[in-house]
Design a protein around this ligand. Structure first.
Ligand SMILES: NC(=O)C1=CN([C@@H]2O[C@H](COP(=O)(O)OP(=O)(O)OC[C@H]3O[C@@H](n4cnc5c(N)ncnc54)[C@H](OP(=O)(O)O)[C@@H]3O)[C@@H](O)[C@H]2O)C=CC1
Ligand SMILES: O=C1CO[C@H](CO)[C@@H](O)[C@@H]1O
Length: 329
């Protein structure tokens, strides 16, 4: 296959980051951008050297020469925008959190399967070298049996009530924005939890501004996760095993090393990479598309859906519903 042609849906902050990555990535061609505003598409197109610029997402999705679209709109719109792209025969890499809820995620996965198209949640951290190394270490049992996991991800968002981070119309809240990372991380190690408990602070707009999440697994394994848009926290991860522990230094989700603690000694394992780090997920998407795979084995849709189910359960504990979320008829 020739170069894979990418389209970028939206001109926001993270859209700019992947555009910057894609323009230098082997095998990729940054082909088009779509925005709600043609002017914004032109500005973005100029900035990143993108030849085709559209003033609507529908026109972007309909471009017959595009292969894959990166959906980088707010959480509230991932469902509709992903379906739009799939309906037009485009493969999709969709930002986290994948949707409002698991029902939407299941429908997105079903549509991709029906259309024979690739779809993946852009859980980019999973593809970074330190995560590949971590999976290797755990598979070799270097810290014995992992019994406890502790992960935090919190920062102070100084934004107004309309901002996507706290606006319920845009599916704001710490859980979907940052909590999804520790949940997906724990899922990568152990799969879906059996028991859930939590403490939450709902802010003035009604969304979760911070929470402590407790996950219970079979045989007494447990995880404690922190997610916050209210309080800056360390952004570190620890996996405690029966024979030692692994520390992923702050910020754990894009770290360039791991620290292995065993027998009173700490060994730093370097896991370097260049660039923003989102190139690995783009390479995974392109490799899958070239191989005719509909999903990634590293970030499968079943797991994205399972994590959404866990987030649904936490929101149910908190009585937090989003105005636009799909509900069973
Ligand atoms: N992987 C990562 O590290 C990160 C991932 N993210 C994820 O990326 C997504 C976007 O986040 P981010 O880039 O920070 O968000 P921004 O607010 O910076 O950008 C969102 C873009 O979505 C488009 N959009 C479509 N509909 C709406 C709407 N109703 N209101 C506002 N914007 C709309 C706009 O583009 P336009 O005007 O061109 O149509 C806007 O620029 C989220 O899912 C977020 O969780 C965010 C940050 C980091
Ligand atoms: O995915 C993300 C990574 O971290 C950011 C904070 O620094 C979040 O706001 C964002 O959505």
């Amino acid at each position: 296959m020739d170069k894979i042609r990418w389209g970028i849906l939206s001109t926001g902050r993270i859209a700019g980051r992947l555009a910057d990555t894609l323009r230098g990535l082997e095998g990729a061609e940054l082909w088009a951008v779509g925005s709600r505003s043609l002017e914004a598409a032109h500005v973005f197109g100029e900035q990143y050297g993108i030849p085709r610029r559209y003033g609507s997402y529908a026109e972007l999705a309909a471009d017959p020469e595009l292969d894959v679209i990166y959906v980088a709109s707010p959480h509230s719109h991932h469902y509709a925008h992903t379906l739009l792209c799939l309906e037009h025969g485009k493969h999709v890499l969709c930002e986290k959190a994948f949707a409002h809820n698991a029902l939407e995620a299941r429908r997105m996965a079903l549509k991709a399967r029906q259309k024979g198209l690739f779809l993946m949640e852009a859980m980019w951290t999973r593809f970074l070298p330190h995560m590949v190394k971590l999976r290797e270490l755990l598979a070799r049992g270097v810290i014995g049996e992992v019994r406890m996991i502790q992960v935090s991800m919190g920062f102070r968002a100084q934004v107004g009530p309309e901002h996507r981070l706290v606006n319920p119309e845009l599916a704001g809240g710490a859980l979907l924005d940052v909590g999804v990372y520790p949940l997906s991380f724990t899922s990568m190690v152990w799969g879906k939890p059996e028991r859930l408990d939590s403490q939450v602070y709902l802010g003035p707009t009604g969304v979760d501004e911070q929470a402590v999440l407790l996950l219970g697994y079979r045989d007494g394994r447990m995880a404690t996760l922190i997610s916050s848009l209210h309080t800056p926290t360390t952004v570190a991860a620890y996996l405690y095993g029966t024979e030692g522990y692994v520390e992923i230094p702050s910020p754990w989700y894009r770290a360039k090393s791991l620290v292995l603690h065993r027998n009173g000694h700490a060994e730093t394992l370097e896991c370097p990479y260049e660039g923003h780090g989102d190139q690995f997920q783009a390479l995974e998407a392109m490799n899958c598309i070239r191989a005719g795979k509909l999903e990634s084995e590293v970030m499968p849709l079943s797991e994205t859906i399972a994590v959404m189910e866990v987030m649904d359960a936490f929101r149910a504990q908190w009585g937090l519903r989003y105005p636009g979320e799909l509900v069973e008829a």
